[in-house]
Structure formats: structure tokens, C-alpha cells
Design a protein around this ligand. Structure first.
Ligand code: CO
Ligand code: CO
Ligand code: CO
Length: 345
């Protein structure tokens, strides 16, 4: 029975591409009052990766949650990706994940064995991250969904927000782009098994190594690149920091075949949403192809950390990253605020 079940056929969209568009989300949240508290160090205002709440001078908690429909057919891999993706928001703040609650929606028709594999995949990633699953909640739904609420810890003076980028900083991206594109392409059997495997490997890989590297080095700003694509998350960092981010288009790491797929017209719906959101906010050089820009708008699932680091510290960061399990690259610089928050050349 299990062999007949294709997880992605049970879902309407996949991974972080299922996210509601940033324009719609800000409209919805506009009139909802937000919690206020003097110990709330990072709230919702700056669209950061996670909330941070101070307990005392030494300790703050980092709180986040993420869940989405299946992005792959293999239940165990789906569980791993969902967990790596959710935990990433704690890493993006510089935090250490500790407690995890599962959130799951399972259809009646999903075999128990598949449910178990999804949870097992999540459990194994959580364990790898040095955190523990302490509970969760499961309901019945027509479409499967899985994710985690993660609580982590951080020193209140060592929080890395998405608003700290400084003029002169260097931008480092710690995973290649293209997971959204390759997922859609794989549904149509257009992508090679090697390229697809590379995408899966990237998505199941924790951002732990990059997090440890940046905490060790000391950086100015960080966020992870997920549903809003590279440009969407760059926009949040630029505006939050009051700077302009200058991206060198040719330096941005891409998964194999991602660009090729875009040239064939494989563009995820989420990339179009992200294009609408970033319209007028990005100045694009004449030599940058439209197809490459779609890669930068591609919604990432379990994407890499985007780090803004001072010029003095960039070498030591890159030196540690040399041993990173994922591909990384220096993709641009931070310049004085200009009319456009992002420039791509
Ligand atoms: Co994030
Ligand atoms: Co997030
Ligand atoms: Co998130």
C-alpha cells in the first residue's frame, strides 16, 4: 500500500513555497496588535527569523515555528527537511536549539508507517542539532503538513538580528539557491537524478556549521534565505539595517541545473509572488539575465544563512567555512543607503 502513496501528490504546493506572500501577510498583520514587553528583545516588527525574550542578564530564549506540506515523496527525508528548516531560524539568530514541539497534520489515507517515518526524520535531525523533542500536536487534515516549534537559548548580548548590516560589510551566502525550481522540475522528471540529489542533500543539511562559524567569528547581521527568496530576505536585511545590499550576480552559488530549468520556463509560483513583492525595490544591471533573477527570487526550503560580516573579520569566517558541508560564497557588499535597497550587478 505504501508504495502507492506519493506524498507530494497529496499537497497543493511544496515546502516554503507554500508560504503566504509577504505582501498579503503584511496586509493581514497590519491591524493586529503585537505583544509588548520590556524583555522582548526581538519581536515581529523587523520580520526577523525568530523572537527573542530575555530571562536574565545571561540568558534569553529564541522562539520560532515553521511547517509545510511535503516537498519530497520520501517521508523520512520530508521529516528531515522540515526539521532542518525550522531549526534554521534559531541558528539564524545565533542561538542554540534546545526544545522542540512537533506540529503535524495527517490525512486519513496516509499509512501509519509513513507518519512514523516523517516523525522519525524530524527526530533524527533534532537529535543531530543537539536538541530534544518534548511533545507536539497532530490533527487530521486532507493535506499532510509537518514542522516544528523550536525553543533555543542565546546570550542576550550575542543576538544576531537581520537589522545589523553595516556599510562596508561583506555578504556571505552559505547554501546554493534553487531548491524551489529543482523540486518543480523533478515533478516533471526534467532534472537529472544527480542534481536533484544535490538539492535534497542541501535541504537536509543543518545550518549548524555556518551558525557556529559566525558565532565564533562575530558578525553584524544574519538571516536565513527561505520562502521569500534571496532578494526578499535581502530586502528585509537592507531595510532593517538602513543600508543598500549590492549583490554580484555571478558570485551567487546555484544548485546544478537550476538556471537551466528556469531557461526552460520552470518557475515556481512563489518566485512570481516574490517578484511582485520586490518590484521597484531592486535595481538590476543590464548584464544580469532575467533567468538569473528568477533564481534569486526562488523560494528556498531549508535555505542557507545570509551573513553580513565586517571586512576585518571576513577572512577568518571564510577560513572556518572552508570545512562547511554546504557550498558557500561571498556574494556582495553592504553600501550606503541608496534609492533602491538592493542593487544586482
Ligand atoms: Co528565517
Ligand atoms: Co523564518
Ligand atoms: Co521560519
Amino acid at each position: 500500500m505504501e508504495n502507492n502513496i506519493k506524498l507530494t501528490e497529496m499537497s497543493m504546493s511544496c515546502g516554503c513555497a507554500a508560504k503566504i506572500g509577504p505582501d498579503v501577510l503584511s496586509e493581514v498583520l497590519k491591524n493586529i496588535p503585537q505583544g509588548k514587553d520590556k524583555n522582548l528583545l526581538v519581536g515581529i516588527e523587523t520580520s526577523d527569523d525568530a523572537a527573542v525574550y530575555r530571562i536574565d542578564d545571561q540568558t534569553a530564549i529564541v522562539q520560532t515555528m515553521d511547517f509545510f506540506p511535503p516537498i519530497v515523496d520520501d517521508p523520512y527525508i520530508y521529516g528531515q527537511i522540515a526539521a532542518a528548516n525550522a531549526i534554521s531560524d534559531v541558528y539564524a539568530m545565533g542561538g542554540e536549539p534546545k526544545l522542540v514541539m512537533n506540529i503535524a497534520c495527517f490525512p486519513d489515507s496516509l499509512p501509519v508507517d509513513s507518519m512514523e517515518k516523517i516523525l522519525r526524520g524530524g527526530y533524527d535531525k533534532v537529535k543531530e542539532a543537539g536538541a530534544i523533542v518534548v511533545g507536539g500536536h497532530t490533527i487530521e487534515d486532507t493535506e499532510p503538513k509537518f514542522g516544528l516549534s523550536v525553543t533555543g537559548f542565546i546570550h542576550p548580548e550575542k543576538i544576531i538580528t537581520n537589522c545589523g548590516a553595516k556599510v562596508g560589510d561583506v555578504l556571505i551566502l552559505c547554501k546554493p539557491l534553487g531548491t524551489g525550481i529543482l523540486n518543480i522540475a523533478n515533478k516533471g522528471n526534467l532534472v537529472s537524478p544527480e542534481a536533484y540529489r544535490q538539492a535534497i542533500n542541501s535541504m537536509v543539511t543543518l545550518n549548524r556549521f555556518a551558525r557556529d562559524a559566525m558565532v565564533k567569528t562575530g558578525v553584524n547581521s544574519c538571516t536565513d534565505v527561505t520562502g521569500f527568496g534571496l532578494l526578499g530576505h535581502c530586502y528585509e536585511m537592507a531595510v532593517g539595517s538602513g543600508v543598500t545590499l549590492k549583490i554580484m550576480a555571478d558570485s551567487v552559488p546555484l544548485l546544478d541545473e537550476a538556471l537551466e530549468m528556469v531557461r526552460m520556463g520552470i518557475i515556481p509560483k512563489g518566485a512570481h509572488k516574490n517578484k511582485r513583492f520586490t518590484e521597484g525595490k531592486v535595481l538590476i544591471g543590464n548584464n544580469v539575465s532575467k533567468e538569473l533573477i528568477y533564481c534569486f527570487l526562488d523560494p528556498q526550503t531549508s535555505g542557507g544563512l545570509l551573513i553580513s560580516v565586517s571586512e576585518e573579520k571576513v577572512d577568518s569566517l571564510l577560513n572556518i567555512l572552508k570545512n562547511s558541508p554546504t557550498r558557500f560564497a561571498q556574494i556582495g557588499t553592504v553600501i550606503k543607503k541608496e534609492e533602491h535597497p538592493i542593487i544586482v550587478v
